[in-house]
Ligand binder design. Sequence first.
Ligand code: TMP
Length: 225
Amino acid sequence: MAKVAERLAGDGRLSTGQFITFEGGEGCGKSTQARLLVEALEAGGRQAILTREPGGTEGAEAIRKLLLDPSGPGWNQQSEALLFAAARADHVASLIAPSVAAGKWVVCDRFLDSTRAYQGGEGGLPDADILELHRVGSGGFMPALTLLIEVTPEVAEQRVSLRDGEERDRIGGRDAAFHAKVAARFGEIADAEPNRVVRIDGNGSAEEVHAGVLKALDSRLGVEL
Ligand code: TMP
């Protein structure tokens, strides 16, 4: 694939911005991978920002609390999807789009595909409705590349237990059947959009998975780190 044409900024940094997302189920290791990628991008001379969804801005972090606090009021499917879209609209408008336009690389831990997987799929909202909410809220803003980190249910459970013990947020705490459905839905999205989404085996060590991430950046965006 053709290399991304990157122009050198005055301070010697590479100045073409990009938007990259990490997706996957609970405990897949995507937050670690997002952080490692930002470190690699910075070491390679790019300005990079690590952010997350729901959240990333003051307003969106407030919505995150409303959505995920286990002692919170709870939401039906429609209000939940609207709140995720509202948080995303603020995040895209205030942080992601301006940063990419300013030549930064924005790496986001979860984005639209999480809504499609968690609030969509069988028994959830139609995918077309979720995409429509994204069009209204965020002008349909999409990442150049999405890295889907996939692990077995056993590895996921082990990592979540190590990280959170018995404490789970309102969505993470749903049953195994729900999380299996989410994982399957992520796989379907990846298969339907192979130009944007790369499936990465997340069962290995953080270093092994990171090597897979760097390989994907090279092959999809022509960026060697
Ligand atoms: P996190 O554990 O990766 O921080 O994600 C928070 C929870 O929110 C996780 O259980 C997945 C869920 N979620 C959705 O249900 N829909 C979304 O659109 C996003 C971004 C997250």
